[in-house]
Design a protein around this ligand. Structure first.
Ligand code: FES
Ligand code: FES
Length: 152
């Protein structure tokens, strides 16, 4: 079947009913999407499906037919990182960064819906993303700067 990843069509093998994560990593080499728990609980594998954060590990690839999938590789436009990527880099929030792709994509979706999200909304919105290094306060503080800038 064909799937749309980062605005490009790819032909993928669905013979063994693979998950979206297996297709992204093993067939298409989009290795920015990480494998964590494999059961929809940690958020490491989150991508956007029609702009909604979605755990790719429990999403059958066949379910994204006709939809738009965005991975961390698709956020950069013309060499320019997304504002969420920029602020998290500037503020140097991550340690190992394993959670970063899923965390960033969840934050992108949240701030698209709620550009001026307050602290509680940011915490609630990122609730499905686990950071093993516990960098949560740094992530939330950086995103608060972005949402405050959006409201100025
Ligand atoms: S690896 Fe998919 S939610 Fe943890
Ligand atoms: S920075 Fe290590 S898991 Fe989040």
């Amino acid at each position: 079947m064909k799937i749309n990843i980062n605005n490009k069509e790819y032909l993928v093998d669905v013979a063994n009913n693979p998950s979206l994560l297996e297709v992204l990593r093993d067939q298409l080499d989009f290795t920015g999407t990480k494998y964590g728990c494999g059961e929809g609980a940690c958020g490491a594998c989150k991508v956007l499906v029609n702009e909604n954060p979605t755990p790719a590990c429990i999403t059958p690839v066949t379910s994204v037919a006709g939809k738009k999938v965005t991975t961390i590789e698709g956020l950069e436009v013309n060499g320019e990182l997304h504002a969420v990527q920029k602020i998290l880099l500037e503020e140097d929030v991550f340690q190992c960064s394993y959670c970063a792709p899923g965390m960033i994509l969840s934050a992108v979706a949240l701030l698209k819906k709620r550009p001026n999200a307050n602290e509680k909304e940011l915490i609630d919105g990122l609730n499905g993303n686990i950071c093993r290094c516990c960098t949560y306060p740094a992530i939330i503080n950086a995103l608060k700067k972005l949402s405050q800038n959006n409201s100025e």
